[in-house]
Design a protein around this ligand. Sequence first.
Ligand code: NAD
Length: 454
Amino acid sequence: MRVTVLGLGYVGAVAAAALAHDGHDVLGVDIDRGKVERFRRGEVPFHEPGLDELVREGVSRGILRFAETGDVGPGDLGELVFVAVGTPSQPSGAADLSQVEAAMEWLTGLVQGANGMWGDAGDRPVVVMKSTVPPGTGRRLQERYLAAHGIAYVSNPEFLREGSAVHDWFHPDRVVIGSESEEAAARVRALYEGYGAPIVVTHTTTAEMIKYGANAFLATKISFINELANMCDRVGADVEVVARGIGLDPRIGPDFLRAGLGYGGSCFPKDVRALDHLALVYDYPFELLRAVIAVNSRQRLLPLFALRREFGSLAGVPVAVLGLSFKPNTDDIREAPALDLIPLLLQEGAEVRAADPRAAVRARAVLPGAVRVTDSALEAVQGARALVLCTEWEEFRRLDWEDVAACMDEPRFVFDGRNALDRERLEALGFRYQGVGRGRPVGARLGVPAAAKP
Ligand code: NAD
């Protein structure tokens, strides 16, 4: 099939390269000329494991091509036009759909200029929405842009995870297809038949709600375990064991029960906020979602509270922050906990140095100049009195902690924001260790009754 993919970010680039791998003739389109040129050379402008190979394969086979939006004519459009542009948050929390609207205008502009190139509706391109858009958006886009041109619309939300996006594309848990057009839905379905995943075919708005429901539920699981972790810290229980104990119940399941600094990234925070905002617009107070958001906002500040307890004043305290991407195996720093934490540490006078194996360049561009940013953890911890682990990169788990101990100054306080480090080993090396909900109550300071201490 001929496929056009509009927007070459984490989702669009993976979709384009994967569909080319499956033998489709793919044109990847973006407004960013620099990005397009790099893709043409077979380079991926961001870090996503396995994507480079896939892009190079498609480019060398000649079935994966790239173009800037301004260079595309109506005849270049495929039978399917995937839209994978960004849908960030507005300050109100609502999804900012300006990139989606621009994409629709671009497409309808091309169709208008086609001068009867297409006969009946069956020949016209079908819009396949991969971007996450609030329930009701597809219906509105159809009415506003597409119906007049006889273009059908399919909501086909994406569930891939950055860091394992290529694997996730080829091994989806399920494929969701929402459309009011059976013929258009069938065209999209055909792309996924070989993947062996259950396919849910439904109406547009229901498909859109599935995506928001999935993200909101996963975010709820994360905030829930973090609430339990905070209680564990107070009563002297170990949340890691609690999570295992409750996760073995198949009704609950073990995934997304990792206590820590909460969720970040380009999806959960904005999608949960957008659903909350949508609820507001429909005059429905989605109380549970508000609590999920509030818990997550507080959770990323736990290291600040712990450092205050440890040092009293942070003025002049050298603090090393390890991990600037929102999770390991990506250089995506959107809504990364470290980026919220670091300015607050600076505000309290800490001397902050930060390290990330992949995201240092991107983080340097947005962090205050006072922060020394490096890709080497050992460089960051040199002379530090405290270390905060924000992202559990394998490189950080496998650090030579004897070297780290030798580099750091007393009291060598470690806040393990992802419960990823070997507490016993660190304590044996003389570190003062604090995890999230790992049963080392700070009793008296929190006013916990003596009976609750282990
Ligand atoms: P991104 O910001 O990495 O990429 C968006 C791309 O679209 C950019 O390259 C940008 O230049 C391009 N673009 C913007 N306006 C354009 C236009 N009018 N025409 C052509 N190109 C345009 O975004 P992303 O992370 O790939 O996410 C895309 C969508 O997929 C979002 O709605 C997101 O919520 C959703 N999603 C993302 C993930 C993820 O893990 N990143 C997972 C599932 C769903």
